[in-house]
Design a binder for this molecule. Structure first.
Ligand SMILES: NC(=O)c1ccc[n+]([C@@H]2O[C@H](COP(=O)([O-])OP(=O)(O)OC[C@H]3O[C@@H](n4cnc5c(N)ncnc54)[C@H](OP(=O)(O)O)[C@@H]3O)[C@@H](O)[C@H]2O)c1
Length: 314
């Protein structure tokens, strides 16, 4: 089968031919139809996970997938051959990525049924970014006592996580202020439900107070300098971050800082699918690349995205 893989540390991801993997006990094999690029993939390629996770070379890139179950490992009863599924490859080691004709995934975490109403393209975009967005909003709602009527600033709104977060925050009743730095990004976040747009290259705090009448109750920090994001937050407000690992990484007095780790449980993926299926969340795809152009898809993501960059496999 074809895969996009990193053959050794420091080497770029390129097209390789490899054996079709057999699912291990507790895994299914998925015939991949679509995948998408995330910051995690670039982090792997940049060597940031060296020492933190075992690398099994060639390391096939890719977390997100959507496709059809085509083989069952021993003990799997939750899925059948032919089931449409989507999710996020979640293993203790790196190597079995989704940028390939097939991927094996454990059924315990990172996979859920893909409803008929959701295309493989949308399913292939949804997993990690959607999980991060949903988890961030759950954390924000819990820390802030709900989001209804609150001003939520989404920093990094045009990207994959931000695009889902803007929609989910709006449907939770928040007044969403989104960052954007170009006309295309402004149109994108406005179409997703942002009530106001601020430019992340200028003073965030002043702009948020200007457009919302007061600082933000909640900041979703998905990009850029967390200290600048904190400046736009009201006293006793909540900053939820997908970039911070611990609250003490920022000097935050009188605010709650919540680092988020996206765990794609079946329950979370099913909630996301339900939101998508009901039309409360939609996927915006900036560009689609065939599998053989996976390296170009990764480069396009690195250059900045509005929504998601897709890899079409089958
Ligand atoms: N903790 C977790 O479990 C988890 C899970 C998923 C993702 N993440 C992380 O969350 C972040 C967002 O992910 P993503 O997939 O949405 O990435 P993305 O698609 O690259 O989106 C990032 C967005 O931020 C914007 N941006 C860049 N620099 C900025 C700045 N200084 N201030 C404000 N906005 C800026 C970018 O737009 P322009 O470049 O056009 O300005 C882009 O729209 C990434 O760092 C990713 O690694 C973490």
């Amino acid at each position: 089968m074809r895969v996009i893989a990193m053959p050794e540390y420091g080497a770029p991801a390129t097209v390789h031919e490899t054996e079709i993997p057999d699912p291990r006990p507790g895994e299914v094999r998925v015939r991949v139809h679509a995948a998408s690029v995330n910051g995690f993939d670039l982090a792997v390629l940049a060597g940031y996970l060296q020492g933190a996770m075992e690398h099994r070379f060639p390391v096939v890139v890719g977390k997100d997938f959507a496709g059809v179950v085509d083989a069952l490992g021993e003990g799997v009863t939750d899925y059948a051959v032919g089931d449409r599924v989507f999710g996020v490859v979640t293993k203790e080691y790196l190597g079995d990525g989704s940028f390939g004709d097939y991927v094996t995934v454990p059924v315990a975490v990172g996979i859920a049924p893909l409803p008929e109403g959701i295309s493989f393209a949308d399913g292939g975009a949804l997993g990690l970014a959607g999980t991060a967005a949903l988890t961030s909003l759950d954390a924000a709602a819990e820390a802030a006592g709900g989001l209804e009527g609150k001003t939520v600033l989404v920093v990094g709104a045009p990207g994959g996580v931000g695009s889902y977060a803007v929609q989910l925050a709006r449907h939770a009743g928040a007044r969403v202020v989104a960052t954007a730095s170009t006309d295309v990004e402004t149109a994108h976040v406005t179409a997703l439900g942002a009530a106001a747009v601020v430019d992340h290259t200028a003073d965030l705090a002043a702009q948020v107070s200007d457009v919302a009448g007061s600082p933000a109750d909640v900041v979703l920090h998905l990009a850029g300098d967390p200290v600048a994001a904190l400046g736009a937050l009201v006293d006793k407000g909540t900053l939820v971050s997908t970039l911070l690992q611990t609250p003490d990484q920022v000097p935050a007095e009188n605010v709650t800082v919540v680092p988020v780790y996206a765990n794609p449980t079946r329950e979370t993926l099913e909630r996301l699918a339900a939101e998508h299926d009901a039309g409360r969340v939609r996927t915006v795809v900036q560009a689609t690349y065939p599998l053989a152009s996976g390296p170009e898809a990764l480069a396009a993501f690195a250059a900045g995205t509005v929504g998601k960059i897709l890899v079409e496999v089958a």
